[in-house]
Unconditional design. Structure first.
Length: 251
């Protein structure tokens, strides 16, 4: 490590990763944003899913000021956060075969929709099966993952495949296996994960691309405004009413 203090080292590492995804994933971000715009224009619905800490980036684009009102959270009880007790249960559920099928069978997902699946490793059964089964339904799938895991780890799904193998578009977060940017001789394990910073940035870049693409086509993007600015609640009420049949977090 350099002489810079850990806080500066972490921020430098995060900035370097953001630069990498900006430069190396530009075409994929454009394609993913275009896919979302196509889905909106064609009357489809948008969904995002992530397990554990990957759920943070999914939740960040749902019912979000400055975000697309049509983005819905696809929830799996026990895996969308660390509030479940014990927290380790969420990690265990990610490895359960067949759970994704049960979730999709009871979800509103249908042909013509788009689903963004976030999984840092992309190796567990849940995100792999989620992508496979969603595509079988005719849903377009965007995967946000670290491709490095597919070359440096083994899959935990019976097929031996990873999330990246079952997506229409893949956004590579470039996060190194282990998700820890810093090491110190005095600290026994690597520390300071950057996956949430980078994955959230990828999600926002994708949705920004979708909004601009819709505007370029002469379609007003269904964007939400902050409820803490004057007129925000009235604006959001209009958008939510207009697209109410494609929004599921109000029900």
């Amino acid at each position: 490590m350099s002489d810079r203090k850990p806080a500066g080292q972490f921020l430098d590492a995060a900035i370097d990763l953001l630069r990498r995804v900006r430069d190396e994933e530009a075409d994929s971000i454009e394609a993913a944003g275009t896919l979302l715009a196509d889905t909106v224009q064609n009357g489809g619905r948008l969904f995002a899913f992530g397990a554990g800490h990957s759920s943070l980036a999914a939740q960040d684009v749902v019912y979000r000021a400055g975000g697309l009102a049509l983005m819905n959270l696809l929830t799996v009880p026990g895996v969308v956060g660390v509030d479940v007790m014990p927290a380790t249960l969420g990690s265990a559920l990610e490895r359960v075969d067949g759970l994704a099928s049960a979730v999709l069978d009871s979800s509103p997902l249908r042909e013509g929709d788009a689903l963004v699946i976030i999984s840092l490793s992309g190796r567990n059964a849940l995100p792999v099966e989620m992508a496979m089964n969603a595509r079988a339904l005719g849903v377009r799938v965007v995967g946000v993952t670290s491709v490095a895991y597919a070359t440096e780890t083994t899959s935990r799904h019976a097929s031996g495949t990873f999330l990246k193998d079952h997506c229409d578009i893949v956004l590579d977060s470039k996060i190194a296996v282990g998700d820890a940017e810093l090491t110190l001789d005095t600290v026994p394990a690597p520390f300071a994960p950057a996956s949430t910073v980078v994955t959230s940035a990828l999600m926002q870049a994708m949705t920004a691309t979708a909004a601009a693409a819709l505007a370029d086509r002469g379609i007003e993007p269904p964007l939400l405004r902050s409820g803490n600015v004057d007129g925000g609640h009235e604006w959001n009420g209009r958008v939510l009413d207009q697209y109410g049949d494609r929004i599921f977090y109000r029900r």
